[in-house]
Design a binder for this molecule. Structure first.
Ligand code: ATR
Length: 271
């Protein structure tokens, strides 16, 4: 039996237990995946208790991805470059920290949405943790360029410098976005949480694939994309299932099928 869980605060609305239950059913593995609310100031204690109870691994969500990064005893390259951990595998005394968010996004784009990233011009809105988490896997697909645009320009410029070894990136303020179309726009700001869409040049969305990392509702970014003639508008539900599948494989070695699970979770989420 695999003893797994997701830690977060809040955690009540997490879809992860439903997703992993379906992976377990598919693969024939026995999995007990729970959701655990960790007090804001007691992440390590809460997680240690779970490990002492015989856990095989766990996911970590907001606001503990940096705590998990510091908690892990070793890190994959993805986790290192993301400076955040969303998956830990327990292997004796080893706590191996991985970050599957970016691979989840790339898998959703390439496998599910059939979008080629090679030679594409990608504009990412935001330069916080979410952007840092997806940059390396996106760059590994050899896009022509990734432009990082952020409200605070200096943070975008810093990410550009940090990732310059991995591909062609540039970083600037949201006000410097040109009115010219790009291939793909990824909204990695948390502005949607406040019901906001940053004020940017509308022309970049014309004919673009517009992907919001958020899921579960029509966001202001998705409304903006529609008003500005985007070719495709997608939310982050596919990424959620794909990152879960990567975590599941990291723990168990079994690769689940995601298509059927995305359909089921969409139906569940719409209820
Ligand atoms: P996350 O882990 O979700 O990325 P974060 O690290 O706090 O969260 O980053 C939030 C991102 O959303 C930042 O890029 C932030 O811009 P600043 O760096 O200028 O703060 C961006 N953001 C949040 N609210 C925004 C808004 N109303 N308009 C534009 N950008 C916004």
């Amino acid at each position: 039996m695999y003893k797994l869980a997701v830690f977060g605060n809040p955690i009540k609305h997490s879809l992860s237990p439903d997703i992993h239950a379906q992976f377990a059913q598919q693969t024939g593995l026995t999995v007990n995946y729970s959701k655990i609310l960790a007090p804001i100031d007691a992440f390590s204690n809460t997680v240690n208790q779970f490990i002492n109870e015989g856990a095989n691994g766990f996911n970590i969500t907001v606001p503990f991805k940096l705590d998990a990064y510091n908690f892990a005893t070793e890190l994959t390259l993805n986790a290192k470059t993301a400076s955040a951990v969303n998956t830990i595998k327990v292997d004796g005394n080893r706590l191996i920290g991985e970050n599957t968010d970016g691979i989840g996004l790339v898998n959703d784009l390439i496998k599910n949405l059939k979008i080629t990233l090679k030679d594409k011009v990608i504009l990412i809105l935001g330069a916080g943790g979410a952007t840092q988490g997806v940059l390396l896997p996106l760059l590994k697909e050899n896009p022509k360029r990734i432009m990082i645009a952020n409200r605070t320009a200096s943070k975008a410029e810093k990410l550009k410098q940090d990732f310059s070894d991995y591909g062609n990136t540039c970083g600037f303020g949201l006000d410097k976005i040109k009115d010219d179309p790009v291939d793909i726009i990824i909204n990695a700001t948390s502005a949607s949480l406040d019901g906001k869409m940053p004020n940017i040049a509308n022309g970049c969305a014309n004919g673009a694939i517009c992907y919001d990392l958020m899921y579960g509702k029509q966001t202001p970014f998705m409304d903006w994309a529609k008003e500005n003639n985007a070719a495709m508008i997608v939310d982050g539900l596919g990424m959620l299932v794909e990152q879960a599948a990567c975590s599941f494989e990291f723990w168990t070695g079994s690769k689940p099928d995601t298509q059927s699970v995305i359909e089921k979770i969409k139906a569940l989420d719409a209820q």
